[in-house]
Design a protein around this ligand. Structure first.
Ligand code: DQA
Length: 143
């Protein structure tokens, strides 16, 4: 099963962000781990990252045709982008929302996510390992 892993704004500079919050890995290292975890679960992870909201939406549209599951960490867009919510809502495939940091314990504006009621599962505050948990969730539900 192919899984679309869609990371959003500012996740390309993960290695420059607060390691206490984000785990200290680079995006490349994170994607390498995600791909390896997926292989162990007999899944195929297709990782993408963009800082362009329109591109993120277009990638959602593209993945509608092939993704059996979706893992989304839209970064700050999670807190306000109804365009990204609308695009992710198009999937019949299960959606897992992932946040490296625990957004429920941070600034008030981060505590809300526009994805919270469309995600089949949410993995929050588990660092890079959260992506593995998201893959495990999708592997368990695979037909
Ligand atoms: C994030 C949390 C967001 O609030 C933040 O804007 C990010 C990353 C996370 O993975 O913890 O860019 O989605």
């Amino acid at each position: 099963m192919r899984v679309a892993v869609l990371n959003g704004v500012n996740l390309d500079v993960l290695h420059r962000r607060d390691p206490a919050l984000y785990g200290g890995l680079s995006l490349q290292e994170l994607e390498g781990r995600i791909e390896a975890w997926a292989r162990e679960l007999e899944l195929q992870a297709e990782c993408r990252q963009t800082n362009s909201e329109g591109e993120y939406v277009t990638w959602c549209h593209d993945a509608l045709d092939w993704a059996g599951g979706v893992i989304a960490n839209p970064g700050a867009w999670s807190h306000y982008s109804y365009a990204i919510r609308d695009a992710l809502e198009l999937f019949d495939a299960p959606l897992v929302e992932v946040h490296l940091s625990d957004i429920t314990q941070r600034e008030r504006w981060r505590r809300q996510s526009v994805l919270e009621d469309i995600a089949a599962e949410r993995v929050i505050g588990k660092g890079p390992d959260g992506y593995r948990q998201a893959l495990e969730f999708l592997a368990q539900g695979r037909a």
